[in-house]
Design a protein around this ligand. Structure first.
Ligand code: KIV
Length: 274
């Protein structure tokens, strides 16, 4: 283990505490949750951040993408999760086209923050710079999301590894820096080559959390249903079924936390090369 104090002794997770974890080289853990019961279970396992992801469109609503998810959906599930959590930092996704300009970003963030989030996550680079800057100035911590941005699935023509060529790598690194400069408190990087993710994590002072981004970042996030082996047959390579050897949901979540903290998740087969 990495010398983390026991969860009960640390109090609520804050953005400051996450930044300190990055500086100390202590991997950050994040899982999604969408309801109070599983949020309580995730929280009890000592997970640092609970993401009320718009992946609820897929795993709760049975939809083919996150595009149909509404702000009402996000506020409802954020409020459910909030009731189950004592310690973890609750992050809520702003849904598809709910932050196309600064005013709508502020209105959308108000909904999910008042429902119980402590940070909002939004997807994209340059087009969201103004929103990130304004939200930060207004006291709303923001998590960026670059690489495979699922809300843009139709633009990206499917769920594919991103930023494989030199120009795209440079663009992603510039956008990551741009998000940080505008005040983003954290960044999720999804489905990018491990070497690029490592470069971004090294370049930024804020925590960079990977999903399909290799092990050389500041933490890992998975969709809870995937981590519990409920993701279906077409499992992306970055997903590990922590339920397979665990025997119970709490044990599977504890196994995820342990594997992130000791650096054994993800391994090379669960990551993408150049
Ligand atoms: O919606 C979600 O669950 C996410 C994760 C995949 C990072 O954005």
């Amino acid at each position: 283990m990495n010398g983390d104090p026991p969860a009960a002794a640390t109090g609520p997770v804050t953005r400051e505490r996450l930044a300190a974890k990055k500086r100390a080289g202590q991997p950050i853990t994040m899982l999604t949750a969408y309801d109070a019961t599983l949020a309580r279970t995730v929280d009890a396992a000592g997970v640092d951040c609970i993401l009320v992801g718009d992946s609820l469109g897929n795993v709760i609503q049975g939809r083919a993408s996150t595009v149909p998810v509404t702000l009402d959906d996000m506020a409802y599930h954020t409020a459910c999760v909030r009731r189950g959590v004592e310690r973890a930092l609750v992050i809520a996704d702003l849904p598809f086209l709910s932050y196309t300009d600064v005013a709508s970003a502020v209105a959308s963030a108000r909904r999910v923050m008042q429902a119980g989030a402590a940070m909002v996550k939004l997807e994209g680079g340059a087009p969201v710079f103004d929103a990130v800057e304004r939200l930060t100035a207004l006291g709303v911590p923001v998590c960026g999301h670059l690489g495979l941005t699922p809300q843009a699935v139709h633009q990206l023509s499917g769920y594919k590894v991103q930023a494989r060529d030199r120009d795209a790598r440079r663009r992603l690194l510039d956008e990551a820096r741009g998000l940080e400069q505008r005040g983003a408190a954290m960044l999720v990087l999804e489905c990018v080559p491990s070497s690029l993710a490592a470069e971004v994590a090294e370049a930024l002072a804020i925590p960079v959390i990977g999903i399909g981004a290799g092990v050389d970042v500041d933490g890992q996030v998975l969709v809870l249903h995937d981590a519990l082996g409920l993701g279906g047959e077409r499992r992306p390579r970055f997903v590990r079924d922590f339920m397979a050897d665990a025997g119970s949901i709490p044990a599977a979540i504890e196994a995820f936390v342990a594997a992130v903290r000791d650096g054994s998740f993800p391994d090379a087969r669960e990551a993408y090369g150049d």
